[in-house]
Design a protein around this ligand. Structure first.
Ligand code: G1P
Ligand code: ZN
Length: 551
């Protein structure tokens, strides 16, 4: 088990020219698997990262990924490069399987200088799919822009890289190996995470719920959460075997698109929304940080989910003392704002992407946070956390003894309802997308006071954010049309797509408790959908009759 290769020769490789396309996006460097196979491509980005991350020499590094094609070989390369850069200890996992939230926890609990997470999140995997490298900082969260900018700058003038020669690592069982002076520690990636969940949630109560006639279906989408979910639900919590579906991580996610939404997790959605056998359904994405929550005949939109967790947090042991504050990304609906106001706690509106929550969490300004894109999390780590959200819901249901639909109905009756939907137009020609976007951006000043969907546009702006902790300013985060009745439409271009451009249209309309007609969201938002199409010429400019994905 312990193979010693001391000393380990270090090779210097010269690059003919630097790679100029290694600018990390919202969640790290994300490209096609094919591109990552270009000789020296991965090495270039890792070299730049190891030169820029503070404390590399003598430090501990956490490395692992969602199991997609390229995961294991990338861990080998990173370990050998870490050895060449004087890292003392590299912590990785059996099979190289490590979810993003578990990585965040491991970075924090091991006092690591950083983590390198191999994932393209919810994008398809395999030789024809995507691969990605995310750098997380010592707080366990996505690296701040200052660091990713510095990594990018380093790639631009990179002349070469250093790598140790070594045999491939053995990731089959826990144990220690060495590459020169570097200790590579292979651990079971599941147990630390599971222990953290046991500290936060009432496992006895959830277990008795799952032993009753309450049936749970969890879809791991052949991605990273399979081993975690099996240990949690079928192991510790005693749910019957078969509760975890598609639980075996596969390099190509079984050919699927590991994004837990009604389109890509359609099989699970059908079980809950059309069938009658299950009381609760949930799914997580490729790297385990996203979650979708379903009840019998009830889809919980992620913005509402954050609001429900906030309103019910004190029922859960880890949050029994109450919340210091909450935050949501700008395009996320204001459902949580209404709850926060009722609780008398602060509510922050940040740009899209988890890194903006990090400062607020580190400064203890917030306890919970979330995004409309199926991301929810808390101060227990510095990433969103899919299984954590599922356990949070189960804990609430176990205490309240009611169904998901009842929780939602009661919530809307108390706080009012934010009808909400996101329409994605994927893989559109980049010129068409930017043309559409820039046209509306230029029109913003003239839109104020104009009629829109039977209302009036009260504010039209390009969202900018001043970080309340460090004062940094982030501009250009999405075009907002705020209407006089509190409804709004937001346009954004995705920062995570790898093919062409993706236009996201976010639609929201608030109905106070007394006025709720319990409509289908698409029907409730139909006038807004129509009006934004007319204004932004979405169908004609994209050439698409309807969105690729509606959530
Ligand atoms: C998308 C989501 C965003 C999330 C990010 C990473 O980014 O919309 O909320 O933080 O993935 O999971 P986008 O493609 O919109 O830039
Ligand atoms: Zn993800």
């Amino acid at each position: 088990m312990s193979s010693s290769v001391t000393p380990s020769p270090i090779r210097s490789v010269t690059l003919a020219q630097p790679f100029t396309d290694q600018k990390p996006g919202t969640s790290g460097l994300r490209k096609s698997s094919l591109q990552f196979q270009t000789p020296h491509y991965l090495e270039s980005f890792i070299e730049a990262s190891l030169r820029v991350i503070p404390g590399v020499a003598g430090g501990t590094l956490v490395v692992g990924g969602d199991g997609r094609y390229g995961n294991r070989s990338a861990i080998d390369v990173i370990a050998r490069m870490a050895a060449a850069h004087g890292v003392t200890r590299l912590v990785t996992t059996t099979g190289g399987i490590l979810s993003t939230p578990a990585a965040s926890h491991l970075i924090r609990s091991r006092g690591a200088i950083a983590g390198i997470i191999l994932s393209a999140s919810h994008n398809p995997g395999g030789p024809e799919g995507d691969f990605g490298v995310k750098i997380n900082g010592a707080n366990g969260g996505p690296a701040p822009e200052s660091l990713t900018d510095a990594v990018y700058a380093a790639t631009q003038s990179l002349e070469g890289y250093r790598i140790a020669e070594a045999e491939p690592l053995n990731l089959d069982q826990p144990g220690e190996q060495r590459i020169g002076d570097l200790v590579v520690e292979v651990i079971d990636g599941v147990s630390d995470y599971v222990a953290l969940m046991q500290k936060l949630f009432d496992f006895d109560r959830i277990a008795s719920l799952l032993r009753s006639d309450f049936r749970l279906a969890f879809d791991a989408m052949h991605a990273v959460t399979g081993p975690y979910a099996s240990r949690l639900f079928e192991g510790l919590l005693g749910a019957p075997s078969g509760t975890v579906r598609n639980g075996l991580p596969l390099e190509d996610f079984g050919g699927g698109h590991p994004d837990p939404n009604l389109t890509y997790a359609a099989e699970l959605a059908d079980l809950l929304l059309k069938g009658n056998d299950y009381a609760f359904g949930a799914a997580c994405d490729g790297d385990g940080d996203r979650n979708m929550i379903l009840g019998r005949a009830c889809f919980v939109n992620p913005s509402d989910s954050l609001a429900v967790l906030t309103a019910n947090a004190t029922l859960v042991p880890g949050y029994a003392k109450g919340l210091t504050g909450v935050a949501r990304s700008m395009p996320t609906s204001a459902a949580v704002d209404v709850v926060a106001e009722g609780l008398g706690i602060a509510c922050f509106e940040t740009p899209t992407g988890w890194k903006f929550f990090g400062n607020l969490l580190d400064a203890s300004r917030i306890t919970l946070c979330g995004e409309e894109s199926f991301g929810t999390g808390s101060d227990h780590i510095r990433e969103k956390d899919g299984l954590w959200a599922v356990l949070f819901w189960l804990n609430i249901l176990a205490v309240r003894g009611c169904s998901v639909a009842e929780v939602m109905a009661e919530h809307w009756n108390r706080f009012g309802r934010h009808y909400y939907s996101r329409h994605d137009y994927e893989a559109i020609a980049s010129d068409a997308a930017h043309g559409l976007y820039n046209r509306i951006k230029a029109m913003l000043p003239d839109l104020v006071g104009q009629p829109f969907a039977g209302r009036t546009i009260a504010t039209a702006d390009d969202f900018a954010y001043t970080d309340p902790v460090d004062g940094s300013i982030t501009i250009g985060q999405g075009l907002r049309l705020l209407l006089d009745d509190g409804s709004r439409v937001v346009l954004r271009l995705s920062g995570t797509g790898t093919q062409g451009a993706t236009l996201r249209v976010y639609l929201e309309s608030y109905v106070p408790p007394s006025g709720n007609l319990h409509q289908d969201p698409q029907a409730a938002l139909a006038d807004l959908i129509h009006a934004i199409d007319a204004l932004a010429e979405i169908r004609t400019r994209t050439g698409m009759e309807r969105p690729t994905v509606i959530t």
